[in-house]
Design a protein around this ligand. Structure first.
Ligand code: ZN
Length: 237
């Protein structure tokens, strides 16, 4: 498992159970011979997204037999420390709004830096060279840890700090939400689009109640509005 070619053919996908990470998982399954996933439980209000993962995995296995063969272990890491040290609308029962500095109060400082660092530590142990994340600069909410420059800098730091040649992949970096739906369609046809609509979770408030054309959610929070807008543009194209 530890030889270089196996490492290079393996990927670890940051898989939260949301639209973006589900699309990234399909993207990785098309490219790599072995794909494992990592999800983080940090006391998020939308913790329900973690429960969505099993249904998405089951669905992916049914879409393509080779995806079923490539899917490896699913990892979940508890990092309650993140909720302890951050005070945001993603981990507390407060309204989602814009805060100081033009960042929404859903911003958990350093969240993606921590996620990617934990992912790299796990990838190191699992003999995996590729790490895939759904960070995106196009439709992003202004989160500085989603910037391409941030990811590239962290890639360099991880490689230096762990003496490895990890490659961080962000296939959604320059896509808007409509293009992300389109990518899902290219990867797995209508079956994958339907799976992501039905089973992935986006709503920041953790609501699954109402079923909209684009999936389940409150329909009002920034994450739901972004998903709805992208779906409308995709459906119209
Ligand atoms: Zn919502």
């Amino acid at each position: 498992m530890n030889d270089k070619s196996t490492e290079n053919e393996s990927a670890l996908v940051l898989f939260s159970g949301g639209q973006d990470s589900a699309t990234c998982l399909a993207w990785a399954l098309e490219r790599f011979a072995r794909v494992e996933t990592i999800g983080f439980d940090y006391g998020q209000r939308h913790g329900i997204e973690l429960e969505c993962r099993a249904d998405i995995i089951d669905g992916l296995k049914k879409i393509r037999p080779e995806w079923a063969r490539r899917l490896g272990e699913q990892h979940t890491l508890d990092i309650p420390t993140l909720a302890e040290i951050s005070d945001t609308a993603l981990t507390r029962e407060v309204a989602i709004e814009m805060g100081e500095g033009g960042l929404p109060n859903t911003f958990v400082p350093g969240r993606n830096l921590l996620f990617l660092t934990f992912a790299a530590a796990l990838a190191y142990r699992r003999g995996i060279a590729n790490i895939v994340g759904g960070m995106c600069e196009t439709d992003f909410s202004g989160y500085p840890d989603c910037r391409d420059d941030t990811i590239k800098a962290l890639n360099t730091a991880l490689n230096l700090g762990m003496d490895k040649k990890f490659e961080l992949h962000t296939p959604l970096m320059w896509l808007d939400k409509a293009q992300t739906w389109k990518l899902a369609e290219q990867l797995g046809g209508r079956a994958l689009v339907d799976l992501i609509v039905e089973k992935s979770h986006t709503c920041y408030l953790g609501e699954r109640g109402a079923r909209h054309a684009w999936g389940f959610g409150c329909g009002e929070c920034p994450a739901c509005r972004l998903r709805a807008k992208g779906w409308e543009a995709y459906a119209a194209s």
